[in-house]
Write a protein that binds this ligand. Structure first.
Ligand code: C5P
Length: 414
């Protein structure tokens, strides 16, 4: 079992940091390092004055990217593309934001690359002002901050305390630990499954016949792994129970447990099901297993294997269901919809994903799938052949919709 690292909603996010010329700039390398440690990708744009307070070398080392300071990079004879930087970012943090930078942001002035990037950015923008007390309290600065707030820019409150001038009062840049928390909270609001536990079964099961042979099936585990990735991307904590598969999933919010047999899958599912919010059963579980596993390798060429039924995991857990939302899969070759509906009702599922084998590029081993979604109201949604990653998104979006977790799905980042 892989150990779960603590998850941050900054994982995988692209954060652009704009640094202007205040003494608080010396704290930014530490902040950038924290972003990186949380799994974010960071790029930095500096004003010339900021480069006096904190070296580009330090920032490029901690961010693992070149730093942008000027419109023209004379060393490389190239133009730095501020538009691209703005489009790249999921969030633009301007910290520290001096009184001068805030004023230019408010008026739309654009005489350095930080400001040009600001003007062309379409992502959410956060600002952490930093300046001396009386500059902060000056009505011109207050007005500029108010103007920016009204335009939808999040202004982080300054701290009260000792200032570089020796004065005491408001004006210190928001503590970098608090900046980190504010950004994590911001992203968590865009993750509709944040705080939810999703349990997913995936892949085939192997039922041993003798030490070298088994009864299995062609399931690759791809669909279940895509579901796990999408659920984690939406902020859920995911428990993935995976049968023998060459697929790997690597995400700090996904715990993978590997199993082989239907019995192992049953035991783990029973434990995980109790505390989950959503359970998705995409595993292709063997319906039967040999009554007896031979101790030695079978030598005969013609054999009869006596089997007994495996327990039906979904059906059994479906009976004990409390508030869990239960999603199952069906693979049918005839009377597809009728059989899937019967299965959904019998196993007490809330939603069933019907796979069809009619299209050659669906199901086992392929990266594509073609599904129908059927719910308890018997509404049937049909989808064309598409990548399994897209199918996973459709299924997760349907779960969000059905559970009214559907708060801000349209705002979810690219
Ligand atoms: O009955 P059938 O195997 O078609 O049912 C498919 C659904 O039931 C899938 O969601 C599958 O993961 C689940 N299942 C199970 N335990 C079994 C057999 C199927 O959880 N023993």
């Amino acid at each position: 079992m892989k150990k779960r690292k603590s998850f941050s909603t900054l994982f995988g996010k692209k954060i652009l940091v704009g640094v202007s010329g205040s003494i608080a700039a010396y704290k930014i390398p530490e902040l950038v390092r924290s972003f990186i440690k949380k799994g974010a990708e960071v790029r930095v744009v500096l004003t010339r004055d900021a480069a006096q307070f904190v070296t580009p070398l330090t920032l490029s080392t901690v961010s693992k990217h070149d730093i942008t300071i000027d419109f023209i990079d004379s060393e490389k004879s190239k133009w730095n593309n501020h538009v691209e930087l703005g489009l790249w970012a999921d969030l633009f943090l301007i910290a520290p934001a001096t009184a001068n930078t805030l004023s230019k942001m408010a008026t739309g002035s654009c005489d350095n690359i930080l400001l040009a990037t600001f003007l062309s950015s379409t992502c959410p923008i956060f600002c952490a002002p930093a300046m001396d007390r009386d500059m902060y309290l000056n009505s011109a600065t207050k007005k500029n901050i108010e103007t920016l707030r009204k335009r939808g820019i999040t202004i982080l409150d300054v701290d009260n305390g000792e200032l570089a001038s020796g004065l005491h009062g408001l004006g210190r840049m928001c503590d970098i630990h608090n900046i980190l928390i504010k950004l994590e909270n911001f992203f968590s609001k865009l993750m509709p499954f944040f705080g939810k536990k999703i349990f997913i079964t995936a892949g085939p099961t192997y039922e041993k016949i003798d030490p070298v042979r088994f009864i299995g099936n062609f399931s690759s585990g791809k669909m279940g792994c895509e579901l796990a990735r999408q659920a984690a991307y939406y902020g859920a904590t995911v428990d993935l129970i995976l049968g023998p598969s060459s697929e790997t999933v690597n995400h700090p919010n996904i715990t993978v447990c590997n199993i082989e047999t239907a019995d192992e899958l049953f035991d783990l599912s029973e434990k995980k099901f109790k505390n989950c919010d959503v359970a998705i059963f995409s595993a292709a579980v063997s319906d039967f297993k040999p009554i007896k596993i031979e101790k030695e390798k079978i030598k005969q060429k013609t054999i009869t294997i006596k089997t007994i039924a495996n327990r039906d995991i979904v059906a059994m857990l479906g009976q004990s269901k409390k508030n869990q939302f239960l999603v199952g899969f069906a693979l049918e070759t005839e009377n597809e919809e009728r059989n899937a509906i019967e299965k959904m009702k019998r196993k007490n599922m809330d939603l069933i994903v019907l796979n069809s084998l009619r299209n050659k590029k669906t199901c086992f081993g392929y990266n594509t799938n073609q599904i129908k979604l059927i719910d308890q109201d018997l509404s049937i949604q049909e989808f064309p052949l598409m990548e399994k990653s897209k199918v996973a998104k459709i299924i997760l979006d349907e779960i969000l919709f059905k559970n009214k977790y559907y708060n801000s799905i349209n705002k979810i980042l690219k």
